[in-house]
Design a protein around this ligand. Structure first.
Ligand code: NDP
Length: 315
């Protein structure tokens, strides 16, 4: 049978390119889990996805109620779940003030990390029940969370500190909206959320890989300088960033190529190793990459997992 894969944030950028690549292969039915139905429908049509290869389902990761409703709707659809791809993200590099999710968490960490954390915890049962030979849970990471790389060292650097802000609920009321308890910084909040994504992937691997056989993986697909992720950046940055990445850092990758890379992590028979953070070299060959010290800190992974469980109401 065709595999059944959920891709969050499939309405643009990497998510859309991945959905397209999987749908084109004919091997996958893609559930595009998105907050804007019409935009997603137009996007799917614009890249030529055939109707029978995708279903759009509403999901707003900045609302835990929406996450739960999505899970209910998905279950009612009767489709199996073979692979879950947590891809959606918000990035607010120029925001002066924090904004918040429905439950009052700072928006970047609330959406990119907490929304996906609840989604993947709830859908773990569905993955377990699938009879697909290679079940996977993939959480998109980023080089920006890796302080062991040049790009990861551009300030403000990711730093979760002692997690006091996360433990305080990131509400910005009596506590800080930042994980480390510091002052709000939109670019840092995004990087912190990506470190959480990579830590949670490793914690999933530790807790569930042996018992379930599910492959847990993360990846850095390359710098896709043209996606909507940079939509809130200043115009000069948006003008110069793509050529800078193309000609100076040479880390640039097209949306199409990045989509093919993520599609590999979904379905390539050679990428079944669990607990791995995949990257690609200049000739587009995949390799197991090293994570920064903080993004591979087992103790921090456990703590982020435990605090997040409380914040999203799982315990
Ligand atoms: P885009 O902005 O193009 O795509 C982000 C997607 O997330 C969109 O579909 C967006 O929906 C969706 N989204 C945002 N907020 C929510 C929400 N509350 N609920 C549901 N969906 C939401 O960015 P990219 O394609 O670049 O980013 C995709 C992933 O790739 C992210 O995880 C990012 O961290 C990662 N990444 C990107 C890199 C890059 O260079 N671009 C490099 C490394 C990693 P909508 O269309 O409605 O806005």
């Amino acid at each position: 049978r065709q595999g059944s894969v959920i891709v969050t944030g499939a309405s643009s950028g990497l998510g859309l390119a991945t959905a397209k690549s999987l749908a084109e292969s004919g091997k996958w039915h893609v559930i595009m889990a998105c907050r804007d139905f019409l935009k997603t429908e137009r996007a799917a049509k614009s890249v030529g996805m055939a109707k029978e290869n995708y279903t759009i389902m509403h999901l707003d990761l900045s609302s835990l109620d929406s996450v739960k409703q999505f899970v209910d709707n998905f279950r009612r659809s009767g489709r199996p779940l073979d692979v879950l791809v947590c891809n959606a993200a918000v990035y607010q590099p120029t925001a002066k003030e924090p904004s918040y999710t429905a439950e009052g968490f700072e928006l970047s960490v609330g959406t990119n990390h907490l929304g996906h954390f609840l989604l993947s915890r709830l859908l773990l049962d569905d993955l377990k029940q699938s009879d697909y030979p290679s079940k996977r849970l993939i959480i998109v990471g980023s080089i920006t969370g890796n302080t062991n790389t040049l790009a990861g060292n551009v300030p403000p650097k990711a730093n979760l500190g002692d997690l006091r802000g996360l433990a305080g609920g990131l509400s910005g009321l009596n506590t800080s909206p930042m994980i480390d308890g510091g002052d709000f910084d939109g670019a840092k909040a995004y990087k912190d959320s990506k470190v959480c994504n990579m830590l949670i992937m490793q914690e999933f691997h530790k807790r569930y890989h042996e018992e379930t056989g599910i492959t847990f993986a993360s990846l850095y697909p390359g710098c896709i300088a043209t996606t909507g992720l940079f939509r809130e950046h200043i115009p000069l940055f948006r003008l110069l960033f793509p050529p800078f990445q193309k000609y100076i850092t040479k880390g640039y990758v097209s949306e199409d190529e990045a989509g093919k890379r993520l599609a590999q992590v979904v379905s390539d028979p050679s990428l079944t190793k669990s607990g791995v953070y995949w990257s690609w070299n200049k000739t587009s060959a995949s390799f197991e990459n090293q994570l920064s010290e903080e993004a591979s800190n087992a103790e921090k992974a456990r703590k982020v997992w435990e605090i997040s469980e409380k914040l999203v109401g799982l315990v």
